[in-house]
Design a protein around this ligand. Structure first.
Ligand code: GAR
Length: 216
């Protein structure tokens, strides 16, 4: 069966992109990474793409006069490559409603918090400032509002007493690298449906227990 032609959009180091590439390299993956698109030239993620022999392209937002023309260039490139699904993976440009609507239900994102909590930047700093005991990561379909949209997969990650933003980011990143390939596999296997802006997943198993932090 034809595999889901997937593009990954990046702005930087691309470790989530790498996790998606590694998943797609497995024999039973129903998706393939057909294109890596970066809005920033010469980022480490582009080197990873080259190592994996995946076509990559830079669409440098600084070369466009406005958001619309930048996004039109991205859409043209993505459509030229027959892309069916876009994964935002550390892509740090806000997208207009036009782009989001054009790719509706074919555009997903990963965010390093348990959405809808802690949208936006400096997530881990704000999580630590609030003193919450769990954070996590979320893979979701993209809607016009930033860091919002139907949730596909989440992971809960405990906060430890000695955490600083960097140690917490590293622990969340490990969870991200599990969540994003899992979400892609669910979509590529045709197991997700959006009903009333919630994601229904066929044959999904939930953990079914509560975790305490601190442990009692
Ligand atoms: C990841 O932690 C991702 O969740 C975050 O940027 C990092 C990119 O790392 N994305 C956002 O904050 C988007 N709002 P990576 O380039 O190594 O995948």
């Amino acid at each position: 069966m034809a595999r889901l032609k997937t593009a990954v959009l990046i702005s930087g180091r691309g470790t989530n992109m790498q996790a998606l590439i590694d998943y797609c390299a497995t024999s039973d993956a129903a998706a393939e990474i057909s294109l890596i698109l970066s809005n920033v030239p010469d980022v480490p993620g582009l080197d990873r793409a080259a190592e994996a022999n995946i076509p990559s392209i830079t669409v440098d937002h600084k070369l466009y006069t406005d958001r619309e023309s930048f996004e039109e260039a991205m859409t043209q490139t993505l459509e030229d490559h027959g892309i069916q699904l876009i994964c935002l993976a550390g892509f740090m440009r806000l997208l207009t409603n036009t782009f989001v609507d054009h790719w509706r239900d074919r555009l997903i994102n990963i965010h390093p918090s348990l959405l809808p909590a802690f949208k936006g930047l400096d997530t881990h700093e704000r999580v630590l400032a609030e003193g919450v005991r769990f954070t996590g990561c979320t893979v979701h379909y993209v809607r016009a509002e930033m860091d919002a949209g139907p949730i596909i997969v989440q992971a809960a990650v405990p906060i430890l007493p000695d955490d600083d933003p960097e140690s917490l980011a590293m622990r969340v990143l490990v969870a991200e690298h599990r969540c994003y390939p899992h979400a892609l596999s669910l979509i590529a296997d045709g197991k997700t449906r959006i009903v009333d802006e919630k994601v229904m997943i066929d044959e999904a198993e939930a953990p079914g227990i509560a975790f305490l932090n601190p442990i009692d």
